[in-house]
Ligand binder design. Structure first.
Ligand code: ATP
Ligand code: MG
Length: 211
């Protein structure tokens, strides 16, 4: 079993998340991609986010009917601040071959994550890159503590001394962010075709993000 893990705030989930992970799932022949909404994000602790229930409901509506995509509520089950380190160890124990899927924007800040050096011993990474991004500078993106452990295999693939790999892969990164969606709603503007139709309806019904 090859398992993809896709963590995020998903406040709300949007077509950028969905299209990119669909492409990654296909490229790597992943058996399942788990969407793992953060319960209490260590980085955004001071920011207001929609409640967990609403965020998971929107994920459910978005992935229903896609047999490769599942929701994991492990972070609320564990409770407290959600650290990816704990989530990764949990999945590593269940399935051996795991791939942590992450956008290059988030990956470039990985040195701020809890126990980040150890993450590279527990999971492979798939870093989603915009097709236009510069290819020669991937090594520069790694924190210096990690660089010394890496072997450049070419083609955007790096092997860590642990044996785990980091793959940089081009995906369609639609120019959509949750921040932009929340802002549009505050301004009373349409979010149609940026999120799945069912999520548009859910947000309206629940009156989310109206400020
Ligand atoms: P926010 O604007 O609130 O930061 P976001 O749109 O970045 O939200 P997150 O939940 O923070 O969404 O991101 C979860 C993951 O999805 C991260 O790894 C991020 O890099 C990735 N991601 C975000 N937007 C896109 C997109 N348009 N295409 C592909 N991946 C994306
Ligand atoms: Mg983000």
């Amino acid at each position: 079993m090859k398992i993809g893990l896709f963590g995020g705030t998903f406040d709300p989930i949007h077509l950028g998340h969905l299209r990119a992970t669909e492409e990654i799932r296909e490229m790597f022949s992943l058996d399942t991609v788990y969407f793992i909404p953060v319960y209490i994000p260590p980085h955004k602790r001071d920011k207001k986010i929609a409640n967990y229930e609403d965020r998971i409901n929107m994920i459910r509506l978005s992935i229903r009917g896609n047999r490769f995509m599942k929701l994991s509520d492990i972070e609320i089950k564990r409770g407290g601040i959600s650290y990816s380190y704990d989530t990764i160890c949990y999945f590593e124990n269940k399935f051996k071959d795991i791939y942590f899927i992450i956008g290059i924007d988030a990956f470039s800040e990985i040195n701020t994550w809890h126990r980040y050096e150890e993450l590279f011993y527990h999971t492979n990474f798939i870093v989603m890159v915009r097709p236009s991004a510069l290819k020669h500078s991937y090594l520069e993106i790694f924190p210096k503590e990690i660089k010394g452990h890496l072997e450049d295999e070419g083609d955007g693939i790096f092997k860590h001394s642990s044996g785990k790999k980091i793959f940089f892969k081009d995906v369609t990164q639609l120019d959509i962010s949750s921040t932009r969606i929340r802002r549009l709603i505050e301004q009373n503007k349409s979010i149609r075709y940026l999120v799945p139709d069912k999520v548009v309806i859910y947000i309206e019904k629940r009156g989310l993000y109206r400020g």
